[in-house]
Design a protein around this ligand. Structure first.
Ligand SMILES: [Zn+2]
Length: 513
């Protein structure tokens, strides 16, 4: 039986503002894992999209004298445009205003009502509009919203509630018995800590009188579905839950829900309870990544749009931006973003190490062998070392750790530059009796670069494809068996294209601006 497709999701992004570095990071992570699983020959379904309902969207639209739908229609393309620029190869872009999604939400609510999982009650509480959160008196901090410290309004209204509290014990047991369900460990412990307090039922509607922009509650004209309840359902509605059974069976459960740590509670508490109540299988893993913080407010103030991903990609290239985000922190931890650090990594790791390695290799091949792969002995192929790197990279990727994968690859790049210094091919070239050794040395370097480029296909795809193209090798690699990778890719006489600098020197003036 063929294995289930690898199904990975990003959160749905709220369209009340344009995408920033945090959105870019989540999608780059998911794209990297999606590419990696495609590379391993698996079918992949990579889902992203936009969350378009709720008070904040309605408010933002009204401020611009627009209908919420028109506003959402104008905002959603900003996300699609950024994914295009960043080379994010998603399979489907869902919008919570899609008819299919709305239908699935209605079906789930009717089903939950039929199962006795929903009841209607009067709700008294304090509401924070910017946060769209209800708080109990105990939760308020000095009478204000505990999240944003703003003023709250006291409200009493009839609403529908999902019986979430009854799943508390089950959820704690589930999390404890499924060690991979919430990653990393620190976030899992946070959720278990939260679950030590009594879990309340979830208010899943808002009165239409207060919020008109949302999905209609199926059995009451006076109510709109709470935006989080609606949005979470996208993960199953996108693969046909209640609308295309065969498709749903093919893709569900999701392998990975990638989320920011700020929305882990919705994904690791609400969502599993909702699924359990519907009798749907749990997703395999919810990964909470950290935040990018600005190191030193000064830097951001003086440089204005410093964290605009579009600007950063224009200045440094898409792959440099991607390399920085994947390499700088381990998934799950917070990272300090600074453009200075990005510029430094660009220069040291990408331009000086990888870019220079390529340049030295092609220069020497040009000079000593007319730009062709020289005759060389079989021992020029470093099979064992390549196997070792492959293992490090695949182990790291299966642990959702692209940082370790990149580190392992770039350690080899450093070693190869050292090898050039040790072997001194320019000295070998002066001695006719050393021609064989010279050929072996350059073939060894070329094979390494070719194999590294293949491993970079899912990490820095633009650069990887460019190197493979220059070497005259295919870039649509699918690695099903290790042995396909542990063979020489280059033959004597093959020509390579020198090309321009892979990572051109940064223009100092441009960077400082
Ligand atoms: Zn608030």
């Amino acid at each position: 039986m063929p294995s289930k497709p690898f199904y990975i999701t990003t959160p749905l992004y709220y369209v009340n503002a344009k995408p920033h570095i945090g959105h870019a990071y989540t999608n780059i992570l998911c794209d990297t894992f999606a590419r990696y699983h495609r590379f391993r020959g698996e079918e992949v379904f990579f889902l992203t999209g936009t969350d378009e309902h709720g008070t904040k969207i309605e408010k933002a639209a009204r401020e611009q004298n627009k209908e919420p739908r028109q506003y959402a229609d104008e905002m959603a393309p900003h996300f699609k445009d950024l994914w295009k620029l960043l080379g994010i190869e998603y399979d489907y872009f869902i919008r919570t205003t899609d008819e299919g999604h709305k239908k699935a939400v209605g079906n789930i609510l009717r089903d939950l009502e039929a199962r006795g999982e929903i009841y209607k009650a009067s709700y008294k509480g304090w509401y924070c509009t910017p946060c769209e959160s209800f708080w109990t008196k105990l939760q308020l901090v000095e009478g204000k919203c505990p999240d944003c410290k703003r003023d709250v309004q006291e409200l009493s209204e009839d609403n529908y509630f999902f019986k979430m509290s009854k799943y508390q014990k089950w959820l704690i047991d589930y999390i404890k018995s499924h060690p991979d369900f919430i990653k990393p460990e620190i976030r899992k412990n946070e959720i278990l800590g939260f679950l030590r307090e009594p879990l309340e039922d979830l208010c899943i509607t808002r009165p239409r009188s207060r919020l008109a922009w949302g999905i209609d509650y199926p059995t009451s004209k006076e109510h709109i579905v709470y935006v989080w309840f609606d949005a979470l359902i996208n993960y199953v509605s996108a693969v046909g839950y209640t609308t295309e059974d065969k498709r749903f069976k093919t893709y569900w459960p999701a392998d990975v829900h990638m989320v920011g740590k700020d929305i882990l509670r919705q994904h690791a508490v609400y969502w599993p309870c909702m699924l359990k109540a519907c009798g749907i299988e749990m997703p395999k893993t919810v990964i909470a990544h950290g935040w990018w913080t600005m190191s030193g407010a000064k830097v951001s103030k003086s440089r204005g749009n410093i964290v605009d991903p579009v600007e950063l990609c224009k200045k440094y290239s898409v792959d440099a931006f991607r390399y920085f985000l994947l390499h700088e922190v381990t998934v799950g931890l917070d990272g300090a973003f600074s453009e200075d650090l990005l510029a430094e990594r660009y220069t040291t790791d990408l331009a000086n190490d990888l870019g220079n390695l390529w340049f030295r290799l092609v220069s020497m091949l040009d000079k000593y062998f007319g730009g062709k792969i020289p005759d060389h002995s079989a021992k020029a192929f470093p099979k064992e070392s390549i196997q070792d790197l492959l293992k490090k990279v695949t182990d790291a990727m299966s642990q959702y750790d692209p940082r370790t994968a990149l580190t392992a690859i770039f350690e080899v790049v450093t070693l190869l530059n050292q090898k050039i210094e040790e072997k001194k091919p320019w000295v070998l070239a002066k001695d006719a009796s050393k021609k064989g050794e010279l050929g072996d040395t350059l073939a060894f370097l070329a094979e390494w670069i070719a194999h590294i480029a293949v491993l970079l296909l899912f990490l820095t795809p633009v650069t990887a494809k460019e190197i493979l193209k220059r070497l005259g090798l295919k870039s649509d690699w699918i690695l099903k068996k290790e042995n396909e990778f542990l063979t020489p890719f280059l033959k004597p006489g093959m020509t390579m294209e020198r090309g321009s600098a892979l990572f051109p020197r940064l223009d100092e003036e441009k960077i400082a601006s």
